[in-house]
Design a protein around this ligand. Sequence first.
Ligand code: UDX
Length: 452
Amino acid sequence: MRISIVGSGYVGLVTGACLAEMGNDVLCVDTDASKIRLLSAGSIPIYEPGLPELVERNSAAGRLRFTTDFASSIAHGLIIFIAVGTPAAEDGSADLQHVLAVADKVGSLLTDYRVIVNKSTVPVGTADRVQAQIGMRLSERGVQTRFAVASNPEFLKEGAAIDDFMRPDRVVIGSEDDEAISLLRSLYAPFTRNHDRLHVMDVRSAELTKYAANAMLATRISFVNDLARLAEKVGADIELVRRGIGSDRRIGTHFLYAGAGYGGSCFPKDVRALVHTGREYGIDLEVLTAVDRVNHRQKRILADKVVSRFGEQLNGRTLAIWGLAFKPETDDMREAPSLVVLEELVKRGARVQAYDPIAATAAQRLVAHLSGVNFVSDRMRAVEGADALLVMTEWREFRSPELTALKKLLRSPIIFDGRNLFEPSTMAAGGFEYYAVGRGDTLPERPSELVP
Ligand code: UDX
């Protein structure tokens, strides 16, 4: 099938490459000429495991092409995916200017039947706005053609996006146009094997499904993080509690890991956007308001623990940070908890030695305004002479540290673990003072007395 993808960002690129892999003829368009030049030359501007190989293979086969020529992409694709950014506006709502600009251009160029599919995460009602915008342009031009606007939200996880696309838990299609539904059904047939993973519904339900999924997952995380605070106070271990409740099939163990808070391009933005949509309709989404508030607090958790341990002033202290990305297997720094912690530590006078296997360059740009942050290229160099180690991202290479070497390099054997990577008993046996999240490690109320 001939497919066009508008927007060669994370979602557009993964969608384009995976659809080409199934034999479709895919044309990706983007206004950013330098990005298109890079992609045409086989260079991928984002870090996503498996994506470079997929792009290379399908480009070589001539099934995946890149252009800046919008008109040719409208002529090419029977299905046109909109995968442009929907950044958060000042008030937390999703900024739809890019999506509506695409709709406007589509309306100015369309001559015969096309299915326009919203892949970007957009508030409920956006498909109707896209439909209206295209319709308005068509009638201005006096062109009479049928077209359909559908919603097909993405559920990709960064770092596992190719696998998520190739083997989806579900594919959601929102449309009331029979021809569009049948085209999208056949496009996704190779991915869903049989159709029981394919959910066809009205457009507004599809749009809300995307937000509801992310909001539910974010809620689980904030729920467990809130509980982790209590676990520390009552001397319980949140990891055991997680397993205890997770064995109930109605609950399950996923997305119940306590930690330094959720970040990334989706959860924080989508939770706030949904709360905003609620307000627009006079509905106060109280649970989600709390989810966002809890996460705000949670992102500071390691900085707060450091202050409880070392005192308000951190002048003369050096702290090592392992991991900066909002999660492993990505160089994405958007809304990463490490940014909040870095800011807080530096503000209090600490020097920081930071290491991340992939995200350091992106992080460096974001904290260029902070003095006293030194990015190093090796995890052991980061801990040299540090007063403590903070683990912010659960990269695999951090999971089994050489404890003896670590102890030798650190000025004092103290670890603040924002991802609960280690067993408290192992750490204690290794002679470490170990602070995790929600694992019965309450710091005393008068931290200054404990400073070594
Ligand atoms: C998420 C959704 O999973 C995906 O379906 C949607 O399309 C986009 O948003 P992503 O942002 O890539 O994907 O990351 P995800 O793996 O879901 O993690 C989000 C954040 O939650 C990370 O910061 C992670 O560290 C945190 N998290 C996740 C926890 O703190 N605890 C958990 O148990 C799980």
